[in-house]
Ligand binder design. Structure first.
Ligand code: PHE
Length: 606
């Protein structure tokens, strides 16, 4: 039986022991030691590689396996190695350390999965070149980010990863789940991450979660009733040559690796002082990461091979391009770096984001109204039915309510108290709920601009269930329709341009009298409906576009807000932001839902 040193010390890189046996088996030798720090393949973790040296020979250990309770080191031997000799072991620490990080990361991902998808039953894990954990069950792929985020919360918390030996009884007392096949009469090695449940484990592990580095969930692959959650750890490419082992890398992962090779090659080309030829060898030659990765194309499923082939060609072309753009240089020549560096060259601009078109419009509308003394206010977007309806002259059964396809909220129990104004709760279908709320503040005159989200039960090419409105309310002595028209003309000239104007069309709202719909003259044909060549305008129908509703505040509404309609009068208007800002950019959207689909290709145009 070989003593397994790595079980108690994962960080031991060298070790001295004695040779038990060394026998030739076909092409290779099989070396057995009294004790070993070499990890034999198992539990999803790949075997260690390294060197064993004695006074008379040297063994290059290529693979290590467990045969019963004996560790067999498969190796090539220079000189000779015989039983009884003292032997010094050196493991390839880069490979081992990476394996440890990947293995611990697997346990971290498992803890994260338990939090995000507690229904899954763990089956097995692979912690080699293409690490994953497999479960019975399924997970929607939109959980990818949640699992990744939870994993990195554990990584960042830098909690201890402890291993210890316990009896089966002790384990059962501590863990909420214990696999059925565990041996009864042997000490069991268990692993605990922070204060999570212990898990039986025989692998090598890092000491704290931070050592694994950032974890990426690379794929969630659902098949039948099994799901694989694939992951990787930061900079695990240090020992890339491993991937030349005949094992398929999923096509998207291969693409991602190639893109990384390209960007790191470009960085090297930009900063290195070596000649283009030397760099070509380093970046595209046989030993390059690029070459190692492209070897995997033969394991890519045929259906994807052509696609990956294209990516490989692109990456190669781009690297060649970057190389050919460099000035020719002498290797290591002094001053070469200076000659190459052009300090006047403009830097590379990082990608820059900008505010969403709706946010831009909100800011501009606020600014325009502030200039004429209006103040931006906020009122609830979840409100008592009273404010958006009853206070606005629309009692519970009034048919006018149908216009506002309202979401009513269910809530447990009865509303507090018997106040008739505090009974039902709605998601506000328009910003007019702010009218009476503003009056209730008890300060006159009122010049408010209320901008908020509104909700209606509508979704199609011209409606999103959530949208924005801006609501103006002006209340003072002697306010007339003339003021209303003046404010609208001022706004459209500021927002759309000096050659724009408005017109009022009679309409009906329960909460204004008289009521209007406000139109703006079309920016393309300027109200004529005709283009210079005599054809009819494509943007508007007859020269005018509809902005939204408006009117003089109804006396009932004023009274509901505690304002005396015999002394005060006012006007109000409520227009949609999405519509208004689309009209400004002259865009006719085929599908307004694009605004909220988070597609950067669409959004970056505004
Ligand atoms: N709230 C109305 C709507 O959503 C618009 C409006 C506001 C009309 C103010 C008159 C006065 O359609």
């Amino acid at each position: 039986m070989t003593e397994l040193i790595y079980l108690t010390d994962s960080y031991k890189k060298t070790h001295t022991t004695t040779v038990v046996s060394c026998e030739r088996k076909g092409q290779q030798w099989e070396l057995v030691l009294a004790s070993t720090i070499f990890y034999p393949e198992g539990g999803g973790q790949p075997s260690d590689k390294g060197i064993v040296t004695t006074s008379s020979g040297k063994a290059h250990v290529k693979h290590v396996r467990l045969a019963g309770d004996i560790v067999v080191h498969e190796c090539a031997i220079e000189g000779s190695i015989v039983a009884g000799e003292e032997a010094r072991c050196d493991i390839d620490w880069d490979i081992r350390y990476q394996n440890m990080r990947i293995h611990t990361a697997g346990h971290i991902v498992h803890e994260a999965v338990k939090r995000v998808a507690p229904q899954l039953v763990a089956l097995k894990g692979e912690h080699g070149t293409h690490p994953y954990i497999e479960y019975i069950g399924s997970v929607p792929i939109d959980k990818t980010y949640a699992i990744e985020k939870e994993s990195n919360v554990i990584v960042d918390a830098d909690v201890a990863v402890r291993t210890e030996f316990v009896s089966l009884e002790q384990l059962m007392a501590r863990a909420s789940w214990v696999p059925a096949h565990l041996p009864k009469n042997k000490p069991l090695r268990i692993l605990t991450i922070g204060d999570n449940d212990p898990i039986p484990d025989g692998g090598t592990q890092v000491k704290t979660t931070k050592e694994t580095g950032n974890i990426t969930i690379t794929a969630i692959e659902n098949a039948d009733d099994h799901v694989r959650i694939c992951y990787r750890v930061e900079s695990a490419r240090a020992v890339l040559p491993q991937i030349s082992e005949p094992e398929a890398i999923p096509a998207p992962e291969l693409t991602r690796m190639l893109m990384e090779v390209e960007s790191s090659a470009k960085e090297i080309i930009a900063s290195s002082t070596k000649s283009a030829d030397a760099l070509r060898l380093e970046l595209l030659g046989n030993k390059s990461n690029f070459a190692q990765i492209t070897k995997n194309i033969k394991y890519v499923p045929v259906a994807y091979r052509q696609e990956i082939g294209k990516v490989i060609n692109f990456v190669k072309e781009h690297i060649e391009e970057a190389l050919s753009e460099r000035a020719p240089l002498q290797d290591n020549a002094t001053g070469a770096a200076e000659k190459f560096m052009d300090v006047t060259m403009p830097g590379i601009r990082p990608p820059e984001g900008h505010l969403h078109i709706v946010t831009q419009a909100i800011m501009e509308i606020t600014r325009i109204f502030e200039k004429i003394g209006f103040t931006r206010v906020r009122h609830p977007e979840v409100d008592w039915d009273w404010y958006p309806f009853e206070s606005l002259n629309m009692p519970p059964t009034h048919p006018a309510r149908d216009e506002w396809e309202t979401f009513f909220l269910e809530y447990p129990g009865k509303p507090t108290g018997t106040n008739p104004r505090k009974q039902k709760i709605v998601l506000t279908p328009h910003t007019s709920n702010g009218q009476v709320r503003e009056m209730e503040k008890g300060r006159l005159p009122i010049r408010m601009i209320n901008i908020a989200k509104c909700y209606r039960r509508q979704i199609d090419v011209s409606h999103t269930p959530m949208f924005h409105q801006f609501e103006g309310l002006y209340i003072d002595r002697n306010v007339s329709i003339g003021h209303l028209k003046g404010v609208f003309d001022y706004f459209v000239k500021q927002f759309f341009g000096a050659n724009r104007t408005t017109r009022l069309r009679p309409f009906h709202f329960q909460f204004t009298e008289p009521s209007f719909e406000v139109d703006i003259n079309c920016g393309i044909c300027l109200g004529s409906g005709k283009l210079p060549d005599g054809t009819s305008c494509k943007l508007c129908k007859a020269g005018w576009l509809e902005l939204g509703g408006a009117g003089m505040v109804h006396p009932v509404v004023l009274r509901n807000g505690g304002v005396d309609p015999d002394v005060y009068s006012g006007f109000a208007f409520g227009w949609g932001i999405e519509r208004t800002s689309m009209m400004k950019s002259g865009t006719k959207l085929d599908d307004i839902r694009l605004l909220y689909s988070n597609d950067i290709r669409f959004l970056e145009q505004f």
